[in-house]
Ligand binder design. Structure first.
Ligand SMILES: [Zn+2]
Length: 92
């Protein structure tokens, strides 16, 4: 629920603008605020709620649609496994 004034804030509960945001721990201080729909009815800064929702969406998206395995750009070799052409150049 979007909270944009004192009336909305009072309907959301006895939250003071001096109470800390549970996400960033800074005082709520100014509108707009967002109240979550969970049982605790937690109130966040609008930007903190957006950041939290984005984090959750990214985590869920990565979990359900993991990125394809990347192709290696090069293969590491030990000196003993160096290519024969390279060894011939070094002997000259
Ligand atoms: Zn915050």
């Amino acid at each position: 629920m979007l909270i944009v004034n004192d009336a909305h804030r009072l309907l959301a509960g006895a939250v003071s603008l001096n109470d800390p945001c549970p996400y960033c721990s800074q005082p709520l201080r100014a509108y707009p605020l967002i109240m979550s729909d969970d049982a605790a009815q937690t109130v966040y800064h609008a930007t903190c709620a957006l950041e939290l929702a984005t984090d959750i969406l990214v985590d869920l998206s990565t979990f359900f649609s993991p990125p394809a395995a990347f192709q290696p750009f090069f293969v590491l070799q030990t000196p003993d496994a160096a290519a024969p052409q390279q060894a011939a150049v070094e002997e000259r």
